[in-house]
Write a protein that binds this ligand. Sequence first.
Ligand code: SF4
Length: 371
Amino acid sequence: MAVQELLNKFHDIAANPGKQMEAYLKAGKRVVLCAPVYTPEEIVHAMGAVPMGAWGADTELQLSKKYFPAFICSIMQSILELGIKGTYDGASAIIIPSLCDSLKCLGENWKYAVPDITFIPMVHPQNRAGEAGRAFTKAGYQRVIKTLEKLFATTYDDAALWGSIRIYNEHNAVMREVSALLAEHPEISACARSDIFKSAMFMLKEEHTALVKDLIEALKRSPAGETKVKVLISGIIADSHSLNSIFDDLGIQIVADDVAAQSRQYRTDAPEAETALDSLVLKFSGMGNCSLLFDVDKKRADLIVKTAQETGARGVIVILTKFCDPEEFDYVIIKSRCEEAGLPVTLVEVDRQMVNYEQARTIIETFKDMI
Ligand code: SF4
């Protein structure tokens, strides 16, 4: 398949998650919604259901306002909004981790606002690398398994989880590969890059892997386009078409990202272990470089600098989700480490309710002129 044909497919899936969900339900599959971040999708997959990303959508918030104050992040407000409006109808359950304070509120509100879709909490430990942290994570996963067993009247099988872990590790690998390859192809727009990552949320990972592999092959056969101004982006989400269009209009190429909804989730594989569940626990305990994962040294900022230098990014654009405390705290450190390294950095605030991106355009345009 030609590159453009594949990009059209990614776009269609990224832009129509409802269509994807309907097709899975029609095929007799169960769907379990996975809220951000680091939800143990492999468990859902191993128990025969489709893990479907639920990171909200760019939409006007009305009904969720009954449950949340205005000054809370719009990602989880919009998840609740979509839940109340029935967008997720047909899903069997939603797993909501509680890695930030806002997500804790989402779970509790979900129980009352959307009673027909079972809320499954997943409580991760912040001190995740030690023995106690690993035991805590394992207990959390076992609670998720128990709820799914009850819901689906089925029994958990560790061998099936090994199968799912292999599928997820392979998907991680192809996502890392395509991200590196896209950096060599400036002709692929920021909008298209976003679609490639976003579509992964709404597909079974084995299906997404196959599509990404086709794209990798097609890109390898395709000549690279003209050079653009290279940047690295960082944040929780960066899927807004309006925002990505600004990069494209201004001739800016995203050569790497530190975005939670994009590359952050593909950095760590599940390693070999005694059981598949232990392997999944080790995966989480081995994760880092994220505002939601406790790290006293804030090595995330160093990784951003290193990745920018390795990919030739001339600057870093932090896409800050309004009212996201974990990201706001990290920005100060990111800014100072980037400046120490002589790397220009700027900040653009975004919101799932935003319709006017002109302020963002002015900031990005000025930044481009500077670098
Ligand atoms: S964007 Fe920030 S505040 Fe909102 S759910 Fe994610 S980490 Fe929490």
